[in-house]
Design a protein around this ligand. Structure first.
Ligand code: F6R
Length: 625
């Protein structure tokens, strides 16, 4: 939520910063702004709305050339999405320019303090207070190297909540400083050309991937100083120098381009076979055992587990709901699935023998992070499933399994969802193996089923034209309902979520059996109802019951859209439209049945003329609670 870019180096700072903002726009698009430190002092430009508005304004009124600059793309929290509330914010003397991601929880008290000291605020944001505090802390800090970083530490120690701050000061033309607590920030190290080094700051590596893949990961409560002559220095908030963790980004700039697709979302839907394959890659060790990326838990710890919680938000929560079916089935350990924003407030019963699996594409979702910390406070073991290397959630977890879906730019999750399901299944198999409830060859057989999935997803993708056509015909609907049973139930929830967030159509997902307990009253003549049909081989005739549910809604006037596997003829008499998916084992079906629902939502949104990649009111990385 909110994208931040910073640059120090030989290139034109404005070009680098704008390019970084373009790649981070998925993090928020309520406004955008930049500040460059030019010879004549600080120069800023900011505009409400998408980055394109700012770029247009910059053509009309260009900023002076400079080699140090910062930029911001905003998802509004405090104060509406206006020019005035756009970042960067300036100190009263105009010397400090500062951008912020997060929420400063004690901003009201700090603002009152500044106002008492005579500062006049120009915005309604929580951020502006940090710009004023930095200016006064700088004035109070003795001259000398590291002065701005020292001032930033003083300010950071006074702030409560979540913040990444990046700032520059007109009196320090060679320095950029940044600070982070509970919000993300990474450093990129460019090449040194003719003795001039180049540094980038970004909310994530997408900000600078076009320039470098050499990155430094920052820890919690750290301040970064980038100085043209002294280079990079990282300290904690007390001023003790710390060594940031170095890593090389394992994807390149092309991965963050649309690659000929009309939308990033379409590209990411098309990348799903690869995302599933890559998430499986290298997971089976030479001894037939499964390999996790980082496990700071002993086999005994895992054997002692008597309960699993899966905690996550939105689409990641739906992946957790699907995982429950598999993990319970394979391990016989009870699994509860919860939305992260509710988890800690209801005081769940957790102890050392509880495993909490947190799932997050971004690794920065504040609700999930807070749930993770609550679980750790209660001594539970935490295992993270995450797509972004080195992000906060995996860093704070006891064990990590990375999904290798690659960068996901469209705000709506697609490929990371499929990769999360696969990763959750691997965790289930890992537990089953460590606890000895499945033989290695049984695990290997299920992994083989998983390995066949990329091909099955590719097959589905080849048959999407009729789905797109159907989507166009549904673009005028007011309500679309989604039904499913067993693992198809969370798929129905995910189908409804995709439609809500992209097409702004009222959509609801239901357990098909629940329909008769109330929601069936929603069905009117012509109401589209999408039914995700479980495998005919699923247990206890669940398939037959869903076929009956299709008949029930159709008898009440519904237009039935049925997703069923090849060869399932039972559904034919009751389906107004059939979308076929390849035959897969029962628990693997969500990997294929989700795909047409993603395509459907995308097509409906596109037909309605909406921005598929950047739906209104949303942001990709939700770093506020
Ligand atoms: C929906 C979507 C969101 C995210 C949710 C969690 O398409 O993208 O519902 O799934 O905000 O985000 P992560 O997985 O980054 O924790």
């Amino acid at each position: 939520m909110c994208g931040i870019v910073g640059y120090v180096g030989p290139q034109n700072a404005l070009d680098v910063v704008l390019e970084g903002l373009r790649r981070l726009e998925y993090r928020g698009y309520d406004s955008a702004g930049v500040a460059v430190l030019a010879e004549g002092g600080m120069a800023t430009a900011k505009k409400a709305g998408k980055l394109a508005n700012l770029e247009k304004a910059l053509v009309e009124e260009p900023l002076p050339a400079a080699t140090i600059g910062i930029g911001h793309t905003r998802w509004a929290t405090h104060g509406g999405p206006t020019d005035r509330n756009a970042h960067p914010h300036l100190s009263a003397d105009g010397k400090v320019a500062l951008v912020h991601n997060g929420i400063i929880e004690n901003f009201a008290a700090l603002r009152a303090e500044c106002e008492t000291a005579g500062v006049e605020f120009t915005s309604e944001t929580d951020t502006e207070v940090a710009a004023h505090l930095l200016a006064s802390a700088y004035a109070e800090t003795p001259e000398g190297p590291g002065r701005l970083a020292e001032a930033m530490r003083a300010v950071s120690n006074r702030l409560e909540g979540a913040f990444t701050l990046v700032a520059s000061h007109a009196d320090e033309p060679d320095t950029l400083v940044a600070s982070r607590r509970n919000s993300p920030l990474v450093v990129g190290l460019g090449e040194t050309v003719d003795g001039t080094a180049e540094y980038f700051l970004g909310s994530d590596v997408a900000a600078f991937i076009a320039h470098t893949r050499e990155a430094r990961e920052l820890g919690q409560d750290q301040v970064v100083e980038i100085d043209r002559t002294r280079g990079l220095t990282v300290t904690d908030f007390a001023g003790t120098v710390v060594e940031p963790t170095a890593y090389t980004v394992d994807w390149d700039a092309a991965a963050a381009e649309k690659g000929g697709h009309a939308w990033f979302m379409l590209k990411e839907i098309a990348e799903q076979p690869q995302a599933v394959a890559d998430t499986l890659l290298g997971r089976l060790g030479d001894d037939g055992g499964l390999v996790l990326d980082e496990v700071r838990l002993s086999d005994q710890d895992l054997r002692d587990i008597d309960k699993v919680f899966v905690v996550s938000c939105g689409t990641s929560y739906h992946a957790g709901l699907i995982a429950k079916y598999a993990i319970e089935h394979w391990t016989r350990i009870p699994v509860e699935v919860e939305v992260a924003s509710e988890f800690r407030y209801r005081d769940p019963v957790l102890d050392r023998s509880t495993l909490v699996v947190v799932i997050s594409q971004s690794g920065e979702t504040m609700d999930t992070l807070m749930a993770l910390r609550h679980a750790k406070d209660q001594k539970a073991r935490v295992l993270a499933i995450c797509n972004v290397n080195g992000s906060t959630i995996p860093r704070e977890s006891d064990a990590v399994l990375y999904t290798h879906a690659g960068p996901e730019i469209a705000v709506a999750s697609t490929k990371s969802f499929l990769a999360q399901i696969v990763a959750c299944y691997l965790v289930g198999l890992f537990l089953a193996q460590v606890r000895g409830v499945k033989y290695d060859d049984e695990v290997a057989a299920i992994v083989e089923d998983l390995r066949r999935l990329p091909e099955a997803v590719s097959e589905v993708l080849l048959q999407m034209e009729p789905v797109r056509e159907l989507g166009r015909s549904l673009a005028g609907a007011d309500t679309i309902l989604f039904l499913g049973r067993h693992v198809a139930y969370p798929v129905a929830l995910e189908g409804a979520l995709k439609l809500k967030e992209l097409a702004y159509i009222h959509a609801e997902g239901f357990a098909a059996g629940e329909l008769k307990h109330g929601p069936i009253a929603l069905i009117d003549q012509g109401t589209p109802v999408v039914v995700v049909v479980p495998s005919p081989r699923a247990r206890e005739s669940v398939h037959g019951k869903v076929v009956s549910n299709i008949q029930e809604v159709r008898a009440r006037g519904a237009r039935t859209i049925v997703i069923a596997e090849e060869g399932d003829e039972d559904v034919v008499p009751y389906a107004d439209h059939i979308i076929r998916v390849p035959r897969t084992p029962t628990l693997m079906a969500p990997i294929v049945t989700t795909v047409p629902l993603q395509v459907l939502a995308c097509e409906i949104a596109d037909t309605r003329g909406y921005d598929v990649d950047q739906p209104r009111n949303l942001a990709k990385s939700v770093t506020v609670e």
